[in-house]
Design a protein around this ligand. Structure first.
Ligand code: MOS
Length: 753
């Protein structure tokens, strides 16, 4: 039942040079499986005897469930059980108990309380999906509803203990009020970003089966070991007795970073009925229990002197969490790292709303915060009569603001220059509403700086090389679409010094070494770093065999060391002397050598250096002067994120990020009825995301950046940064086209007229 199609490791689709896979623009090794339907996603599995489960979700946002017509549901042909409070397997742990920053409180039918709209309140298990769905409908819940708190003006604001995952809610450096008083120009403006939903194409499906106290779970997750630990705690079993298969994800964007309540409910349902259970939430049911990006209202105050140097940067953020948990969008994070100012103050406050708990969603914090920051920078540049790029260069942070740490690397000036050249930024009029195209559309351009921290988590990997010259690398890494199957295999092949065709690469299962979370744009650094270390362990052992053996051409290489490529080890001090892996192992009478490796943050480097990726995004928009319709006509991004493992995949990540930024700027907004707390657009017809026709000519430039400090591979993350500069760039371009400054995202035509 764990049989899943995995990419044929010996058939890379792109041309490669043996021994130098890193840096090659290989196409996705899992691509052919996906486009031919052979890749088996979690919901594609149906083990023998599997029952189907359907969620019944709350249609109020706050209150209690007073009745469920269980008899009606049970009487429906095919219905096997109705799981509900009082009729559900006992849990070993209160799902509201916290045991770390990545524990999110879950709604698992422990009581009749409703904390948000679309909260699961019962699960109907049946022989068919149709019977389960009809059974859930027949439950016809009744409620005692209370007035929900919806919107940032509801409820008391307070300062949270932390924002994001353990970030400080308040950061200050210098005296902002004095800086504003001393400024020759000041601006103050308030920007709003709405609640947004991840909307991964694949829902949080789960196929669960129990064998005694052992659980097998086929479900998409961005973090195998963390999911194991969370489920082990809830069910009172050992993590190693939980087997999770997650070979492919149809997107995650943060929402699959922790197990979602409905995935746990699938496990409970399987336990209740003693048969495998498959639960696939509907699109609507994804709005509520799966996390979202919380709304923000951000006020920025800037002061600048006559020369265009910032004298003060003040960023106040009001955001929201749920009534029962504590994740807050850390929208001030980019402000602490991007621009030099003698005085900086960042303050987050939050309100508790009757919504599902917000969660990390692609560039959590940086995406929302940079909307306000990059728009405010543009407003100040105009007030000063300066070009927006010149203004940013005038306030370039040579060291990280607030901490004063040097950057491990920062090629942002190159990003500005390369991006501006490719886009044709020079000569742009400073005044808005100056340009029309031949169709009469207003044309404007704008830019924004992109930034995201270079993170690394703990990860482990196992590697093996065999006497026939082939190798295996395996770890519990995750591909949610970003290309891990390919990029990590490239690191593995180079690490072992073999070609991709000689490599067996395994990932996506909790039975493999814990490779940490695929999140925070840190998976290549983490999983790739672990692979690099495991392969190095193999090569070290091989080298020891050879350099101590007088019969080897490598004998005596000692400290000079060896390099591994093309299935051979070669003396560094004498490239003419080399020996094949096969010969080394055969002479030693060994069939194979196995190695282990791990990756993690280096505390000394973290204490000494600030580590971030950077970029510059330039946008051109065209606006219909009569109808207000906005088209992004060009997007150019130039990004520096350390070493590039696979330029094709990295470019795709930047494209994806920039399209997400376009979506943020012009399309996405979750609408809730303020009276009921229910969603008005919990579907992909009414929650707008861009389609191909919305996406313009795009260019993503990979700017060279060497970083010897950030991690063993010198890579920074590329998954999230593309969003961060893009939203502001588009907002600034809309202003430049029209002269109308829209400070509330998304920018829709009604706000321009
Ligand atoms: Mo990302 S929001 O860290 O999956």
């Amino acid at each position: 039942m764990t049989a899943t199609s995995t990419p044929a490791s010996n058939r890379p689709a792109g041309a490669i040079r043996h021994g130098s896979s890193i840096g090659q623009p290989l196409t996705r090794r899992d691509g052919p499986l996906k486009v031919t339907g052979q890749a088996r996603f979690s919901a594609d599995n149906l083990p023998p005897g599997t029952l189907h489960a359907a969620l019944c979700v709350a249609r109020i946002a706050r209150g209690r469930v007073t009745g469920l017509d269980v008899a009606a549901a049970e009487a429906h042909p095919g219905v096997v059980a109705v799981m509900r409070p009082g009729h559900a397997p006992a849990l070993a742990k209160d799902p509201d108990a916290k045991d770390g920053p990545f524990t999110f409180r879950l709604d698992l039918l422990q009581n009749d309380r409703v904390r948000y709209a679309n909260q699961p309140i019962a699960v109907v298990i049946a022989e068919t999906l149709e019977a389960a769905t009809e059974g859930a409908r027949l439950l016809a819940p009744t409620y005692a509803a209370e007035t929900p708190r919806i919107g940032l003006d509801s409820g008391e604001a307070f300062t949270p203990d932390s924002v994001g995952v353990g970030a400080p809610p308040v950061e200050t450096d210098g005296d902002v009020e004095a800086g504003l008083a001393a400024a020759s120009k000041t601006i103050a403006a308030t920007y709003e970003t709405p609640a947004q939903y991840h909307n991964a194409m694949e829902p949080h499906a789960a196929v669960a089966s129990w064998d005694g106290d052992r659980l097998t779970l086929l479900m998409p997750t961005q973090a195998l070991a963390m999911s194991q630990a969370r489920l082990a705690g809830l069910f009172g079993i050992r993590p190693e007795d939980i087997h999770i298969d997650s070979p492919y994800l149809g997107g995650g964007f943060g929402s699959k970073g922790v197990p979602a309540g409905p995935q746990v409910l699938a496990c409970m349902a399987a336990k209740l009925v003693g048969r495998p259970v498959k639960l696939v939430p509907t699109r609507t049911q994804m709005y509520g229990p799966m996390g979202h990006r919380g709304p923000t209202r951000q006020t920025i105050r800037l002061g600048a002197d006559a020369a265009g140097k910032l004298t003060a940067l003040d960023h106040h953020i009001r955001t929201a969490s749920s009534s029962f948990d504590d994740f807050f969008e850390p929208a001030g994070r980019a402000t602490s790292t991007l621009y030099a100012s003698p005085a900086i103050a960042i303050r987050h406050e939050a309100v508790r709303l009757d919504t599902g708990t917000p969660l990390f969603m692609r560039a959590p914090g940086e995406a929302t915060g940079s909307v306000a920051l990059e728009s405010a920078l543009d407003e100040m540049a105009f007030a000063l009569g300066m070009d927006p790029l010149e203004f940013r260069l005038a306030n370039y942070a040579e060291v990280e603001p607030i901490t004063g740490k040097p950057f491990s690397s920062k090629a942002l000036r190159d990003c500005y220059r390369r991006g501006a050249e490719a886009f044709g930024w020079a000569g742009r009029p400073l005044q808005p509403r100056q340009t029309r195209d031949r169709d009469g559309f207003l044309v404007g351009t704008g830019m924004g700086t992109a930034t995201f921290p270079a993170l690394i988590f703990e990860g482990m990997a196992r590697a093996e090389i065999r006497a026939d010259g082939t190798g295996t690398v395996e770890l519990g890494a995750i591909d949610m679409g970003q290309g891990s199957w390919t990029a990590l295999a490239q690191i593995a092949a180079d690490g072992l010094g073999i070609g991709m065709d000689a490599l067996t690469f395994r990932m996506g299962s909790s039975d493999l070494p814990n490779a940490g979370i695929a999140g925070g744009s840190g998976h290549t650094a983490t999983a790739g770093g672990a692979i690099h270390a495991a392969a190095a362990d193999v090569i070290r052992q091989l080298a020891e065999l050879a350099t101590n053996d007088p019969a080897s051409p490598l004998y005596g290489a000692g400290n000079a060391g060896v390099t591994a490529a093309d299935g051979r080890l070669t003396r560094r001090d004498d490239p003419g002397r080399s020996e094949s892996v096969t010969d080394i192992l055969k002479r030693a009478g060994r069939a194979s050598i196995e190695g282990q490796g791990k990756a993690g943050a280096d505390p000394a480097a973290q204490a000494s250096y600030a580590m971030h990726a950077h970029g510059a995004v330039f946008a051109e928009v065209k606006v219909d002067p009569d109808l207000g319709q906005i088209r992004v006509s060009r997007l150019t991004g130039a990004f520096a994120a350390g070493r590039v493992i696979n330029p094709r995949l990295v470019q795709s990540q930047y494209y994806g990020g920039m399209i997400w930024g376009l979506s943020f700027a012009l399309h996405e907004r979750a609408e809730m009825d303020p009276r009921t707390g229910r969603f008005l657009n919990d579907n992909l017809a009414e929650y707008h995301v861009p389609v191909n026709a919305d996406v313009p000519a795009m260019e993503a430039i990979l700017v060279h950046e060497d970083d010897a400090v950030v991690n063993a591979l010198g890579v920074k993350g590329v998954g999230e940064i593309g969003i961060t500069g893009t939203v502001g760039a588009i907002a600034n371009a809309v202003w430049h086209a029209t002269g109308v400054r829209v400070r509330e995202m998304p920018i829709t035509l009604d706000k321009l007229l």
